[in-house]
Design a protein around this ligand. Structure first.
Ligand SMILES: NC(=O)c1ncn([C@@H]2O[C@H](COP(=O)(O)O)[C@@H](O)[C@H]2O)c1NC=O
Length: 522
């Protein structure tokens, strides 16, 4: 391994650069740097030669030209053996280390007052060129794009007498290409979302994103499908993407998808302990409780048959009593909560296969983000369904208004139905689902299934409430529910036959609320 003799430093984010350069200098590394970086290093008594002095060419055009010179790029890209003669002929010295980070394009365009001119000036050209050149020639050159890597590089140089292993150089080169790909993607997304009049539209001309592999998997949705788990660059807190696994077998593809669904549903409950049990991405039991154990017992009781092998999510830290209740009662694939107390963790160690995850607290209002659906040959992009209906926007459309208890249960059922695959019908009573009809091709069938589930779990549907994710297209679905004893309904409304459905509700003495918001989920 050849030790590093010459480094080029050109950084916008100057964090950690002084300490890094000082150590390089201490080991006798010659340092070249661009204007602002050189100024900072000089201020800290670190010897450095400005790139403009080295090339004999001034920085110009407001910084658009700084390092774009054959003496720089030849020094980085030159193949140390093959190109030795040509390098010598043109007086090009090899550059062995490149530390560069780029103009803050993403931060600039995120500012509300950013205009096109500011965005354009923050497109770094020389920086990515340096990074790409150094990464391409990683056989001879070390490239650092992330200040977090300064320490690692210095550490390895210390051990290896000023050199870096080829494995580290390769790893850093991959990081560098990932970084420039992300950077260019951000530029393409931003510019691609501008109309010819520079007005910003929501959707760019091409949609470019980068996800990073978090976990390899044995298989995907089925054993013959290969799979891996990728996460966003900065995933939101309180998600499966950021969750810490405290024990248990490796998460599978279906575990991750189902846990995501369970978490999404349990996050809908802000007041009081709640538990959601999910099977195949559908909630099968959801309940509020006086405490977390009570919430779990009630969620389990909602559909004990389906709960077997389920994913259990909580909206409050998991305590030992609840942990004990779970392991004594059922086989579970995954348990997830914002936190898991130490004593609860101790309880769960007796079932070492159960995957237990702590995902941390989540913000009360989810940040807006995109939702994707892959189709063969394309991608559907939409807002995440984070829409909620404020209480004052609910409209009572029947002669009878809901009682306070009915209203409570209707809101509870409405929170749940949004997370059930369409056509979705939820029967609920006293803050507990008693029957969930999911994924049917007709709404009336979902309603019948919800009734059957309630019966199977031993619940009476008399005076229960019903939530429907979309309007009832005909009066039959509503009447089927009425016959089962349902006395209160919440649904978006908006059907051509709303009047017929309302008339049916009135005939049966029901109360019905319209939300004006539909929650299809496929
Ligand atoms: N134009 C160039 O030749 C060029 N070479 C390097 N840069 C960038 O200039 C910045 C550092 O500038 P300074 O050292 O002057 O603060 C770095 O973000 C680096 O990526 C350049 N600037 C933009 O393209």
């Amino acid at each position: 391994m050849k030790s590093i003799a010459r480094a080029l430093i050109s950084v916008s984010d100057k964090i950690g650069i002084v300490a890094f350069a000082r150590q390089l200098q201490a080991w006798g590394v010659e340092i070249l740097s661009t204007g602002g970086t050189a100024q900072l290093l000089h201020k800290h008594n670190i010897r450095t030669m400005e790139v403009s002095t080295y090339t004999g060419f001034p920085e110009m055009m407001g910084g658009r030209i700084k390092t774009l010179h054959p003496k720089i790029h030849g020094g980085i890209l030159g193949r140390r053996e093959i190109d030795a003669n040509i390098m010598a002929k043109h007086n090009i010295a090899p550059i062995d280390l490149v530390a560069v980070n780029l103009y803050p394009f993403q931060q600039t365009v995120a500012k509300p007052d950013c205009d096109l001119a500011a965005a354009i000036e923050n497109i770094d050209i020389g920086g990515p060129t340096l990074l790409r050149a150094a990464a391409k020639n990683h056989a001879a050159v070390t490239v650092i794009v992330n200040p977090e890597d300064y320490e690692k590089v210095l550490g390895e140089m210390e051990v290896n007498h000023g050199a870096l292993s080829s494995a580290t150089r390769f790893e850093l080169a991959v990081k560098s290409f990932e970084h420039t790909a992300r950077y260019d993607a951000a530029i393409a997304n931003y510019l691609g979302a501008l109309t010819p009049n520079d007005e910003k539209s929501i959707f760019p001309h091409s949609y470019n994103v980068q996800f990073t592999k978090k976990q390899a998997m044995r298989y995907g949705e089925n054993p013959h499908q290969r799979a891996a788990f990728y996460v966003e660059q900065a995933p939101p807190a309180g998600t499966i993407a950021t969750a810490q696994q405290l024990q248990g077998k490796t998460l599978s593809f279906n575990n991750i998808a189902d846990t995501d669904a369970a978490l999404a549903c349990v996050k809908a409950f802000h007041e009081g302990p709640a538990c959601v049990i999910v099977k195949h991405a559908n909630p099968c039991g959801v309940a509020m409780g006086t405490d977390l154990q009570d919430a779990y017992e009630r969620a389990y009781a909602a559909d004990p048959i389906s709960a077997f092998g389920g994913i259990i999510a909580f909206n409050q830290p998991l305590d030992p009593a609840t942990a004990k209740a779970i392991i004594e009662r059922q086989f579970a694939e995954v348990i997830i909560a914002p936190a898991v107390t130490i004593t609860a963790q101790e309880v769960l160690t007796s079932k070492p296969n159960i995957r237990v995850l702590a995902c941390g607290e989540w913000p009360s209002q989810a940040a807006a983000s995109w939702d994707y659906k892959r189709i063969v040959g394309g991608l559907l992009l939409q807002d995440q369904d984070i829409g909620t209906v404020p209480l004052e926007a609910l409209r009572t459309v029947t002669e009878r208004s809901p009682t306070p208890q009915e209203l409570k249960d209707l809101l509870f059922a409405w929170h749940v139905v949004k997370f059930v695959k369409s056509n979705a019908i939820v029967y609920a009573k006293n803050g507990q689902t008693i029957g969930i009809g999911a994924g049917q091709t007709s709404r009336v069938m979902s309603s019948q299934i919800a009734g059957l589930k309630a019966k199977e779990a031993g619940f009476s549907t008399q005076n229960a409430v019903l939530a429907s994710d979309a309007f009832f297209p005909f009066r039959d679905g509503l009447e089927a529910a009425a016959k089962a004893g349902i006395r209160a309904v919440i649904q978006p409304g908006g059907s051509r036959r709303d009047e017929e459905v309302i008339a049916a509700a009135n005939e049966w003495g029901m109360t019905m609320l319209f939300t004006g918001m539909r929650h299809f989920r496929h």
